[in-house]
Design a protein around this ligand. Structure first.
Ligand code: SF4
Ligand code: SF4
Ligand code: FES
Length: 718
């Protein structure tokens, strides 16, 4: 908590210091007391809709001469409001006295609870919110236990599908307006609203359906079982889940998530508050794209005999690898892995290829590029006064960056942090805040979601944009959107340039021009790597050392490929595939080793800001599946070698020696560290970023493919 402009508030007799502008509800929480609430939400404007957060409050007053009005005992006299006040919309002031536990407060809160429950269907024993309902908990804690309203409850449509991913039960809605404010204030998509008035009010969307991308967050914030995750629904009760705090690696943002597993299956993913990364929001791909984890998993090694796979033990697999690699020189073996492996796996791979002396190693997809300009964080993006996006379809490549830009458009107000966490009711946020569209410029070859919210936007090839922008900042005239974007950058105090796939896949020249532009206008740069840990892996020497990259592995005699989705048709050598499912690539293998998904790994990933974030393993059963360190150990054994790194501990020690960071003890919000130089090499030709992350993530699950109606669904069409 900052120490500027502090005021003193007395909560239930306890003095507490809070920054001026704090709401009364946050002052109460800062004092370690509790107030029930439904409509307030950390990142949404406070509106005072539910009236549950009632407290008694009063302030001292001054005489006309500026002296304090005193009571009979000579103390400052407190003038109380005549009725309990909603603490979420009440600003705390210096000397304010708040009472959160008096009889009148308790009576008022219990009365409000009685009102809130008038029409509630009381589905509690069977409600699919699964025991995670704020209303149920608060009713138990603060309610009367009986109702004086004996008439028939209002009935509305039950279990109405708002989209493939979100289900609405209108009867359960308590009109807190969190979902309405969320759509309006966070992704800037006005789709839900209250329809009718008074006792007839219900929540719905007029057009029908919800836009994909960011709809799932309403299932986290709805305080009752009205809006539910249609992918996780009926798969477990809250108390049955094992909750694991970890990081999403479906894209390079690295959102903080909680993975809920039950009976060895991954059943639900919910957002976790990390004010520096995703605040508490997730994109729909990160939230809903998980069912593949439990579908057709490989649980033991497979060895191909006479063209058919046979289940095998790890020992049998190692023996088969030994036979397959007989007589193959190390220089003719390649190692290729998906660019979302952990840093620990990465350093194990790097040290192993060095040990056996093969130059053929790569992580894919990869951009082999370096931007020589100051790096921006996500907080820099959210608090910038100008953002220019070049060559990125952000909603696809790094969705939560889109949300942080929306935050920038609202004035970049970062929520105040207190000892108890993020402010519950930030009074600086108001409904329908003005959006500074003029602060955003977007350039991409085709129209993206960001084009619609930007003041300056054009559908343009990124090379053209960079060249023109560079000449304008150097004093030439280009006219149109480019000229406007250049003045935006030049006139800004904290500009940020976001560079996406359309720039990065083009190689170093474009990046040098981008760096020139950034340095000329004092802008920070946020390049978006091609995969979750592309940033970290490019700091390890996992690039071809004058050897074959993934696209040219056809020249090799043998290869280990870990979770790569495509390899060259002309590869005819001995193939070991480390995979989670029997994919197209795995079918071509001689030996398949079962792999862990990132939800099952312990380790470290590095997001697009260069922030080291922790992965912790959720309790998911995947038989004998193992991480890449173990798979490399198997290959080492087959080669009669002892791999230099054989476990987490030795990998973490090697990372500490290499980067000077103790990755075993990272703070909860992650840590931005200098990981040194980026290793460069020609980029693999396999990466086609235009395919789109949303489609890639969603359609790898059979269950979701069915839900979305195969590949023909509009939101995932080619
Ligand atoms: S659906 Fe949920 S979040 Fe939306 S207004 Fe109703 S109770 Fe609140
Ligand atoms: S933005 Fe990226 S990291 Fe965050 S939830 Fe979506 S896919 Fe996962
Ligand atoms: S009125 Fe709803 S939280 Fe204050």
């Amino acid at each position: 908590m900052t120490q500027q402009n502090m005021i003193t508030v007395i909560v239930d007799g306890k003095e507490v210091q809070v920054p001026a502008g704090t709401s009364a509800i946050d002052a109460v929480f800062q004092a370690g007391r509790d107030v029930p609430y439904f409509c307030s939400q950390q990142y949404l404007s406070p509106i005072g809709a539910c009236r549950m957060c009632l407290v008694e409050a009063g302030t001292p007053r001054k005489n006309p001469d500026g002296s304090w009005i005193l009571d009979d005992e000579g103390n400052k006299k407190i003038f109380y409001f005549p009725k309990p006040m909603a603490s979420c919309t009440l600003g705390a002031s210096d000397g304010m006295v708040i009472k959160s536990q008096t009889d009148s407060v308790k009576k008022a809160q219990a009365g409000m609870m009685e009102f809130t429950l008038i029409n509630h269907p009381l589905d509690c024993p069977t409600c699919d919110k699964g025991g995670a309902c704020e209303l149920q908990d608060r009713a138990f804690e603060y309610g009367y236990g009986v109702s004086r309203f004996q008439f028939d409850r209002r009935h509305a449509e039950k279990h109405y599908e708002l989209s493939e991913f979100v289900i609405l039960d209108q009867e359960r809605c308590i009109h807190c307006k969190r979902c309405v404010r969320y759509f309006e204030e966070i992704p800037n998509q006005e789709v839900l609203d209250f329809i009718e008035r008074g006792g007839h009010t219900f929540i719905d969307t007029l057009e029908g359906g919800l836009p994909s991308n960011f709809s799932g967050n309403i299932t986290d914030i709805c305080p009752v079982g009205a809006l539910l995750d249609n992918v996780a629904r009926f798969r477990g009760r809250n108390w049955e889940y094992e909750h694991t705090s970890t990081t999403c690696t479906a894209c390079p943002v690295g959102c903080s998530i909680t993975v809920d597993s039950r009976n060895g299956r991954l059943e639900r993913i919910v957002g976790r508050d990390n004010p520096e990364v995703n605040e508490q929001w997730l994109c729909d791909a990160g939230r809903f794209g998980h069912p593949y984890v439990d579908e057709d998993r490989l649980t033991q090694p497979l060895v191909k005999v006479n063209g058919e796979f046979q289940p095998a033990t790890w020992e049998q697999a190692i023996a088969a690898i030994k036979t397959g690699l007989q007589g193959v020189p190390a220089q003719s073996i390649g190692f290729y892995t998906k660019a979302d492996i952990t840093l620990e796996e990465g350093i194990a791979l790097e040290s192993f290829v060095k040990q056996i002396g093969t130059p053929n190693v790569d992580h894919a997809p990869r951009y082999g590029v370096v931007v020589n300009a100051p790096a921006a964080t996500l907080t820099d993006v959210a608090t910038a006064d100008a953002v220019v996006v070049i060559g990125a379809d952000l909603t696809e490549e790094a969705p939560v960056v889109d949300l942080r830009i929306q935050e920038m458009l609202k004035g970049g107000i970062l929520p105040q942090q207190y000892d108890f966490g993020t402010a519950i009711a930030d009074l600086r946020l108001t409904e329908r805040m003005h959006r500074h569209r003029e602060r955003l410029a977007v350039f991409y070859p085709t129209r993206t979601r960001m084009h619609d919210v930007a003041g300056i936007a054009a559908e343009m090839n990124s090379v053209q944009v960079l060249e023109h922008l560079s000449s304008v900042v150097s004093g030439q005239y280009a006219g149109g959107a480019i000229e406007e974007a250049a003045s935006l950058l030049k006139n800004a105090k904290k500009p940020v340039i976001v560079l996406g796939s359309d720039v990065l896949k083009g190689g170093q020249i474009g990046l040098d021009i981008a760096a020139h532009i950034a340095l000329s206008v004092n802008a920070k740069v946020l390049p978006i790597p091609a995969d979750a840990n592309g940033f970290g892996l490019s700091r390890l020497e996992i690039v071809p050392q004058n050897g074959a990259d993934l696209s040219s592995m056809g020249t090799l005699k043998a290869a280990l490929v870990s979770r790569v989705t495509k390899i060259p048709e002309d590869f005819a050598g001995f193939l070991v595939v480390h995979e989670t499912q029997l994919t197209e690539v795995a079918r071509r293998a001689n030996v398949v080793l079962p792999a862990l998904t990132n939800y099952e790994k312990r380790g470290t990933t590095v997001n697009l800001e260069g922030r080291l974030l922790k992965l912790d393993p959720a309790a998911i059963s995947s038989g004998e599946s193992a991480d890449l360190i173990t798979a490399l150990g198997a290959v080492a054994e087959a080669l009669d070698l002892k791999a230099p790194i054989r476990g987490q501990r030795s990998a973490q020690k090697a990372l500490k020696d290499r980067f000077g960071v103790d990755v075993a003890n990272l703070p909860e919000q992650g840590l931005i560290a200098d990981l040194g130089r980026q290793y460069n090499a020609r980029t693999s030709r396999f990466h086609r970023p235009e395919v789109g992350m949303w489609k890639e993530v969603m359609l790898r699950s059979k269950r979701l493919k069915e839900k979305l109606g195969g590949e023909t669904h509009a939101s995932v069409a080619d």
